[in-house]
Each structure stands twice: as structure tokens, then as C-alpha cells.
Design a binder for this molecule. Structure first.
Ligand code: ADP
Length: 379
């Protein structure tokens, strides 16, 4: 099938045209500054017109069979990808309060396609869906139940499409049946999350009610004492200011002044103390969570690294594994240096469990899920 994958943000629209039979990527692109004036498209409808214009020759040769959308929040309702209709679009819209930055943009992307190609099958693939198997002891916060009932305050988890894809590839590589596979998956990109996999399912994950919880990220703080928010509010900061502080101006950016892991590793190697401390804080927090999840899954069969930092930064992987000696993990220094787009083992023969690098491909996963839903609906 030929699938257009759409990842629609509040002012951007990322797209890829993929063939799910051959796994070929026919086109890929990004439209930015939507609604910001000048030459930029005024809205997501105009952005889609631009995409269609760029793809005209490509689509004349071979039209699209379906469109797959990345949707950030599926709430408690969506545990798997679904074929979109008006009711589904409205249900996604009703989840807007849970993901105010993301879901409204996802809905705009869906409506833009509906307006342009009314008969095109569209599928929503949710970032939260893979974590719908979290048991209550992992998803519930220790706060009054009214907060859950009234506002849906609980842990949801994100990056699910990536964690699921990477788990499947790792089980294949290790020739372990998926339903017997226990693992800890570290998705280390600009956003960072760790997932505990038991029997191929997510049983815990480090992001929570929003993607702010958990590990140190590019520009997000991860876990902090919630009293800090109350304290800052009493100092006169507004909710929006605290939101920007913790989501956009914290994490690596706050600790080092730049959220690019390459720059931090280079500076640390050149002796920069800020960079060293940044790496220590980040790798320490991650190692602590990995230890916890190893226990949560009853003993992981593998530790898996993925996404920008996980796939590319041998130095950061080494720092993390150096802190996991208590679990018996040892990297093979040479294997850890290999650069490749293929899943691979980077631990030494003496390591208690294998350590893997498995490149993620969310667009591929979305295209494949879209194909499966459309074929299922028509078959
Ligand atoms: P996003 O969450 O935006 O999809 P990515 O998965 O692309 O992010 O990861 C972005 C992060 O990956 C950045 O911190 C970047 O510094 C890091 N990164 C990319 N390539 C390398 C590399 N060769 N070495 C170290 N870090 C890298």
C-alpha cells in the first residue's frame, strides 16, 4: 500500500510517502511556520495544499491508498490504531485538554485531509496506545480519586509507537517469542522515555500525565519535587511561565546551555565541568530508572537503546552502562563504536544480558499500522 504519514504539530506538518510492501520512502518533507504570516501557509489546509502540490508528479504516477496520522493522546479510549470517521475525530478533539499543544494540531491535520480528499481512508495511530497495558499500580498517582474521575489525571505514557516498534525488532534479533520477551527500552531523543516491557507489553513507562515526567530531556526537566511549582507560583510566576520553564528551558538546555548531545559530549571530552556534570546528572537518573525497571519486569532479557542519542552517542551509552555494573552489564567497546542503521548487539559476551541498539522508525510503524487497519476494514 502507498501511505502518506502525517505528523502534524501546532505550526508544522511533517510528512512521508511510504510503500508498505517494499518499505521504500518515496517522499519526505516538512512544512514550517504555519499561521505565522509572510510566505508561510495560513493554516493546516493550506499546508496540505502545499504538500499535495509538491507530491503532484509522484501521486500522478501512483496515488495514495491511505493516510496515517500520528496522534499524541489517545486517552483511555484508544488502545490501538483506528480508522477515522467524524465520531473518532470528535473523540480525539475531546482529548484536547489532556494534550493542549498536540491533539488540536493532530485534529487540524485530519480535517485538512478530509477536506482535500473526502474519500481517503485515514487512520489515527496513538502515542499513548502501547501503554494501555500498564497495571493500575503503575498508572495511578497517590492523589484523591476525584482528580482521576474529574480530570483524567493518571499516568498515560508516550513514545508508544517507537517503544512498540523497537521491542518487536529486538525480540526478532534475539529470536525470542514476543510474548516471552522482557526488556527495558530507552528512547533517548529530544524527548526521553524509558519503558518496562514484560511479555512484549508495556507495564511501566517514565512519562506520565504529560511527557514532562521522568528522565532528563533536551529541554524538559523530568521529575522534580512538585512543591517547586507551588513555590514558584507563590514567587509570582504564572502557570504559562512555569510551563515554559519546565518544558522548554530546562533539561540539557538548562544544565549546559545547549540541548545537542554532541556538543555536550565534545565539551566534556575537552574538560568542560558543566558538560561533565550535565552528563553525570542525565546518565545517573537514567541508570537509576533502568535498575527500577529491571526489577519491575522480573529481570530484563535485554537493555535497548534507540532514537537520536540512543542510536548515535556511543559515549552516552557507555556512561549509562558504566553505572549499571550492579546488574552485570558490560559493553563491547568496539561494537559500541559501530555506526549502522541496523539493529545490533553492543555488549560483550560476558555481559549478564545483551545491550542492543535498535534504530526506531515511527513513520514506518505508522505506515504499517495504517495498512493493517485499512486492509482489516476492507478484508
Ligand atoms: P526528536 O525527539 O526530536 O525526534 P531525535 O530522536 O532526532 O529527537 O534525537 C535528537 C537528539 O539526538 C539530540 O539531542 C541530538 O544531539 C542527538 N544526536 C543526534 N545525532 C547524534 C550523534 N551523532 N551523537 C550524539 N547525539 C546525537
Amino acid at each position: 500500500m502507498r501511505v502518506l504519514v502525517i505528523n502534524s504539530g501546532s505550526s508544522s506538518l511533517k510528512y512521508q510517502v511510504r510503500d508498505t510492501d517494499t518499505n521504500e520512502v518515496a517522499a519526505t518533507g516538512l512544512i514550517e511556520r504555519i499561521g505565522e504570516g509572510g510566505q508561510a501557509p495560513a493554516n493546516h489546509g493550506e499546508a496540505m495544499d502545499q504538500v499535495a502540490a509538491v507530491l503532484e508528479a509522484e501521486l500522478a504516477e501512483r496515488p495514495l491508498d491511505a493516510v496515517g496520522h500520528r496522534v499524541v493522546h489517545g486517552g483511555e479510549r484508544f488502545s490501538e490504531p483506528v480508522l477515522i470517521n467524524n465520531e473518532i475525530t470528535r473523540a480525539i478533539e475531546r482529548l484536547n485538554p489532556l494534550a493542549p499543544l498536540h491533539n488540536p494540531a493532530n485534529v487540524l491535520g485530519i480535517r485538512a485531509i478530509t477536506a482535500k480528499w473526502p474519500d481517503m481512508p485515514q487512520v489515527a495511530v496513538f502515542d499513548t496506545a502501547f501503554h494501555r497495558t500498564l497495571p493500575e499500580h503503575a498508572w495511578r498517582y497517590a492523589v484523591p480519586d476525584a482528580l482521576y474521575r474529574k480530570y483524567g489525571i493518571r499516568r498515560y505514557g508516550f513514545h508508544g509507537t517507537s517503544h512498540e516498534f523497537v521491542t518487536g525488532r529486538a525480540a526478532e534479533l534475539l529470536q525470542t517469542p514476543l510474548d516471552e520477551f522482557n526488556a527495558v527500552v530507552a528512547h533517548l531523543g529530544n524527548g526521553v522515555s524509558l519503558t518496562a516491557i514484560q511479555g512484549g507489553e508495556s507495564i511501566d513507562t517514565s512519562m506520565g500525565f504529560t511527557p514532562l515526567e521522568g528522565l532528563v530531556m533536551g529541554t524538559r526537566s523530568g521529575d522534580i519535587d512538585p512543591s517547586i511549582l507551588i513555590f514558584l507560583q507563590r514567587q509570582g510566576m504564572s502557570a504559562d511561565e512555569i510551563d515554559t520553564l519546565l518544558n522548554r528551558n530546562s533539561g540539557l538546555k538548562a544544565l549546559f546551555g545547549d540541548n545537542d548531545m554532541r556538543a555536550i559530549v565534545d565539551a566534556a571530552e575537552a574538560g568542560d565541568e558543566h558538560a561533565r556534570t550535565t552528563l553525570a546528572i542525565t546518565s545517573y537518573r537514567l541508570a537509576k530508572y533502568i535498575g527500577g525497571y529491571h526489577v519491575a519486569v522480573g529481570g530484563a532479557h535485554a537493555l535497548i537503546f534507540t532514537a537520536g542519542i540512543g542510536e548515535n552517542s556511543s559515549a552516552f551509552r557507555q556512561l549509562v552502562v558504566d553505572r549499571l555494573g550492579a546488574l552485570g552489564l558490560v559493553l563491547d567497546a568496539e561494537a559500541n563504536q559501530v555506526r549502522s542503521k541496523e539493529p545490533r548487539v553492543i555488549s560483550s559476551a560476558g555481559s549478564a544480558i545483551p545491550v542492543l541498539v535498535v534504530p526506531t522508525d515511527e513513520e514506518r510503524a505508522i505506515a504499517e499500522a495504517t495498512t493493517a487497519v485499512v486492509l482489516g476494514a476492507h478484508g
